[in-house]
Design a protein around this ligand. Structure first.
Ligand SMILES: [Zn+2]
Length: 305
């Protein structure tokens, strides 16, 4: 009797998850494997992970849940960034394995049709008070994580994870500098105006390196991704998108790269589908490569004293 109840529950759980088009058990198994603790908001809509290293990951657009009591958004983009929830979980899991410590993370499990946390409150929730509440939970947690990391370590790396459908299959790193600015030669890109505009403004001061060197030099994050087999702009190899479509970074990167203490390095990561999100294997591979790059990057720019 007891066994049949368990089987019925298992069947129902599987069925309900299939309804959401999301392999929760696979994604969540990434956590049980390494026992990363998650805290879920009411109704499991926002997932938060308390970090032990100065790295914050946010995933605003990969959610599947469409609560009936939240109104549909009718303006702006409403499509999900496919498999970015799973990709973010894979990145978090791999970082935990590589560093033997957990990054901070906040994952929105609500579908973009109901909430878009990478917008200001009004555009994000479009007047729905429940959506507004979860928007605040999402952003308060990023702020709290970054502030805590800055208090503990003096610096923080913040990554906002997305997906794009632009024509060229390559990762687009957004530092709040649009394509016309990236098209400038290094000598002009290094102008104080662009340094101040970018989400790497504090990194130039911390490292003493130029903005161009940091975002498209030999040891830029973009170039490190290229060396792991992922075409990326900007990088030493591809310094600017020129006339191709390109995402320069949105609300999250802009909002959370402004701090009053310590050093923050913030970027939006827009991933293409093929070779990154198109299979479980590639999702896991990307997480692993990402964690290795991150480890080397932190050794290089924030060596332990
Ligand atoms: Zn997105």
């Amino acid at each position: 009797m007891k066994t049949s109840v368990i089987y019925t529950l298992l069947f129902l759980t599987t069925f309900l998850h299939a309804q959401n088009d999301f392999d929760y058990r696979w994604a969540d198994s990434l956590f049980s494997e390494v026992q990363i603790g998650s805290i879920f908001s009411e109704r499991d809509l926002i997932q938060q992970i308390k970090g032990e290293i100065p790295v914050v990951i946010s995933a605003p657009h990969g959610g599947y849940l469409k609560p009936n009591d939240m109104k549909d958004r009718t303006k702006g983009r409403v499509n999900q960034d496919i498999k970015t929830l799973e990709l973010s979980l894979s990145i978090i899991n791999s970082i935990h394995k590589k560093f033997e410590k957990t990054p901070y993370a906040v994952i929105n499990r609500i579908h973009r049709k109901k909430l878009d946390p990478n917008r200001d409150r009004e555009a994000a929730a479009q007047g729905d008070s429940t959506a507004e509440k979860y928007w605040s939970i999402f952003h308060d947690y990023i702020s709290a994580s970054i502030n805590e990391a800055l208090d503990r370590f003096g610096y923080c790396l913040y990554f906002d994870i997305h997906a794009h459908k632009n024509k060229v299959d390559r990762i687009e790193l957004g530092y709040l500098l649009d394509a016309s600015i990236l098209a400038l030669p290094d000598s002009e890109l290094n102008d104080e105006v662009f340094v101040e505009k970018s989400s790497y403004r504090l990194m130039t001061r911390h490292t003493g390196k130029s903005l161009a060197e940091l975002i498209r030099g030999k040891t830029s994050f973009g170039q490190m991704l290229i060396e792991q087999g992922y075409e990326t702009v900007p990088s030493k190899k591809i310094p600017s998108p020129i006339t191709e479509d390109y995402f320069a970074g949105g609300f999250n990167t802009e909002t959370h790269s402004v701090i009053k203490k310590g050093v923050i390095a913030a970027m939006q990561i827009e991933t293409h589908f093929k070779g990154i999100r198109d299979s479980k294997e590639n999702i896991l591979n990307f997480g692993q490569k990402f964690s290795e790059i991150l480890y080397n990057y932190m050794q290089l720019y924030f060596p332990e004293k």
